[in-house]
Design a binder for this molecule. Structure first.
Ligand code: AMP
Length: 283
């Protein structure tokens, strides 16, 4: 694996490979890698000649400075995992490579409804930061395919919108969520859970399954109230438990029995914020 720190160096290297008809796949991450990230690398390797991973903890997408300061960093282990996975190139930029003109004067993105609901509502500015960093990264790394995780369901929609509106020629591949043996979605933030909270964290997955098993046409308020109660009694401080249209994230309070739905949860255990989602009536 070749490690690049300079945007101009990796861009020149990849542009040359592209001229020779190599297909380039890209997996952007914030590091503290786990098997979920590596599953994206594996999918990328299956479909592309060259697999690029980036590790950059992007300050502009953290609405909470404490969350940014506490974000785990395990660079040495990350590099070992990427080497073993067969990743070809690692881009490890610092701030000045991603934001050469600083973060103040970066453009705003029109994300419409997506920025007003769920993660958009509870993490003001988060998706602007996601768009800034992904847009920059895609200019530096001219990939044919971009691999992202369904774990961040709303983020997938935001990135789709960015790619369409900025006329970027990369195809988005959305990869399934990898889970621990008990069902907890793998996340870099899981390593910050205490032992007791790690056990309680499983209730997010259990609650998603509960919503899936009990979804029926009509008013959803009592189902959602029971889901909220399950999480609260497990010690969560809930940002949201919602059921939404899986295609556009419009919240659903009364289900018609047909619309494709997704259940989405964001909740805190201590100061660790966890998110997860599950498609309820389709796969
Ligand atoms: P992050 O490092 O959290 O920014 O995540 C980098 C990429 O990995 C994003 O596209 C995530 O959606 C994806 N990802 C995170 N957790 C998982 C998981 N458990 N399974 C699959 N993909 C994941």
């Amino acid at each position: 694996m070749i490690l690049f720190k300079k945007a101009s160096d990796i861009n020149a290297h990849l542009s040359e490979l592209k001229r020779n008809d190599s297909s380039i796949g890209f997996v952007p991450t914030m590091g503290a890698l786990h098997a979920g990230h590596i599953s994206l690398i594996n999918s990328c390797r299956e479909k592309n000649n060259i697999t690029v991973c980036s590790i950059f903890v992007n300050p502009t997408q953290f609405n909470d400075t404490k969350d940014f300061e506490n974000y785990p960093s395990t660079l040495e282990e990350d590099i070992n995992m990427l080497e073993k996975s067969g990743c070809d190139l690692l881009f490890l930029p610092d701030m000045s490579e991603i934001y050469p003109d600083g973060i103040k004067n970066t453009p705003a993105y029109d994300l419409g409804y997506l920025e007003t609901v769920l993660e958009g509502k509870f993490r003001p500015g988060h998706f602007q930061g996601v768009c800034k960093v992904v847009h920059q990264l895609l200019q530096i790394i001219p990939c044919n395919e971009l691999f992202i995780g369904q774990k961040d369901y709303q983020q997938c929609m935001v990135i789709k919108r960015l790619i369409e509106s900025a006329n970027i020629h990369s195809k988005i591949i959305i990869c399934p969520t990898l889970r621990e043996a008990d069902g907890l979605a793998m996340s870099s933030r899981n390593m910050r859970l205490t032992e007791a909270n790690r056990k309680a964290a499983l209730q997010i997955f259990e609650t998603l399954l509960y919503l899936k098993d009990n979804l029926s046409a009509g008013d959803l308020s009592s189902l959602l109230a029971k889901a909220n109660a399950k999480l609260s009694s497990a010690g969560f401080k809930i940002d949201y438990v919602s059921i939404a249209n899986a295609d556009n994230l419009q919240l659903i309070t009364e289900w018609d029995g047909q619309t494709k739905t997704v259940a989405v949860i964001a909740a805190f255990l201590g100061d660790v914020r966890l998110i997860d989602n599950m498609l309820l009536n389709s796969n």
